[in-house]
Structures are given as structure tokens and as C-alpha cells.
Design a protein around this ligand. Structure first.
Ligand SMILES: N[C@@H](CCC(=O)N[C@@H](CS)C(=O)NCC(=O)O)C(=O)O
Length: 203
């Protein structure tokens, strides 16, 4: 299995899930700007959208989109309990969707992208205030999004970790900030973040 990733990008959620589950993969770094893997392969032939993550399964199939990859990985290691069953599974999908649309695409994407102007960035910060307040109230009295750590928490961890890079203060959302610290204390997250931070640092 190959996981195509860029350091500290959303693809880190899949690395966290693999470490949580005790799974293994070949991690293939992608320079998304150049459209190449570090092996020199044309990434457009792997994921025509040019984005990480992408996963090549042991059967040679390619899967893209965080929500799909995370669920696939969680189910591949059912003993991990990272994908719940029954109604909790639907709740987990609800949170995957919230993280992917309201936070990743709605807040952090416009804050990161240099071509998003002041209006777009202002909208993103308003969107952040509304959605982080909602998340904060949900996390009041809870450790994780559901009653245990799931793949949705791995995605939320990767996304919230970007707040430091876009000057988004989490202090007004103490339960969100506490979630991030709790997640960082998990061995899987500490390992994934440590490895990817080292790769992101200029040599
Ligand atoms: N909808 C996609 C979004 C993936 C995405 O935005 N990936 C970012 C990294 S977090 C990326 O590859 N950006 C590179 C670029 O825009 O050139 C998913 O959920 O997988």
C-alpha cells in the first residue's frame, strides 16, 4: 500500500490512522506544486486532481479524498475500532464531512491560499468563528468527537494543527484547544507529527 502525502498536510490524518491501527504503508512524498513524487513520478497520473492524500491499495487501486481513504484504512484494520458501527458510524461520517467542508475547505483552504484576497480571508475567519464555537460546545465534556477516538478525530487533529500557521488563535475555544493537546499526546499523533515536522523543516 502506498500513501501519497505532503508533510503536515491533511494526508497526515491517514498516517495517524495507520499508526493507531498498527498498519504499514510506503509513504511517498509528493511535491504538489511540481506535480511530482520524490521518486520523480508524474503525480497527475496517480491523482489527476494533484492533491494529497492518495492511496494505492495492495490491489493497485487508487483512492482519493480524505474521508474515503480514512474510512478505508479504518475498516482495513477493524480491530482498531477507528470506524464504529451502526448509528455511530453515521455520526463519524457526519464529523468527517464537517471537518472536510466547514473547517478544511471553508476555513483553512482560503487562509492558506495566496490567491485568496482579503474578502475571502475575512469570510474564512468569520466562518472559523462560527464553526469553532459550534465545535467547542460539542467538545465540552468530551475527549473526542464520538465516545472514542475515530478516523474523524485524526482528520480534525491534522486540520486544527494548521491554526498555528495561519495565525488563527484557538484560545477563545478552550475545548477545541484542549482536544488538540490531548490528540498530540497520543503516541500515534506524536510520531506522525514529529516525523512530518522534521520533513517540513528546511534542511
Ligand atoms: N477534497 C480533498 C482536499 C485535499 C487537499 O486539499 N489537499 C491539499 C493538502 S491539505 C493539497 O494537496 N494541496 C496542494 C495544492 O493545492 O497544490 C480531500 O479531502 O482529500
Amino acid at each position: 500500500m502506498n500513501l501519497y502525502f505532503s508533510p503536515l498536510a491533511c494526508s497526515m490524518a491517514s498516517r495517524i490512522v495507520l499508526y493507531e491501527a498498527g498498519g504499514d504503508a510506503d509513504f511517498v512524498r509528493v511535491d504538489t506544486k511540481a506535480g511530482r513524487t520524490t521518486d520523480g513520478d508524474d503525480y497527475a497520473k496517480i491523482n489527476p486532481k494533484g492533491l494529497v492524500p492518495a492511496l494505492r491499495t495492495d490491489d493497485g487501486e487508487v483512492l482519493t479524498e480524505n474521508a474515503a481513504i480514512l474510512q478505508y484504512l479504518g475498516e482495513r484494520f477493524p480491530q482498531s475500532g477507528l470506524v464504529p458501527t451502526g448509528f455511530n458510524r453515521a455520526l463519524m461520517q457526519q464529523w468527517l464531512s464537517f471537518v472536510g467542508t466547514e473547517l478544511h475547505a471553508g476555513v483553512f483552504h482560503p487562509l492558506f491560499v495566496p490567491t485568496a484576497g482579503p474578502d475571502a480571508k475575512g469570510f474564512a475567519r468569520e466562518h472559523a468563528a462560527r464553526n469553532l464555537a459550534y465545535l467547542d460546545s460539542h467538545l465540552d465534556g468530551r475527549d473526542w468527537l464520538l465516545d472514542r477516538f475515530t478516523v474523524a478525530d485524526a482528520y480534525l487533529t491534522a486540520v486544527l494543527n494548521w491554526a498555528q500557521f495561519v495565525n488563527l488563535d484557538l484560545a477563545p475555544y478552550p475545548h477545541v484547544a484542549a482536544f488538540l493537546e490531548r490528540a498530540k499526546a497520543r503516541p500515534s499523533v506524536a510520531k506522525a507529527m514529529g516525523e512530518e515536522a522534521a520533513l517540513a523543516r528546511p534542511a
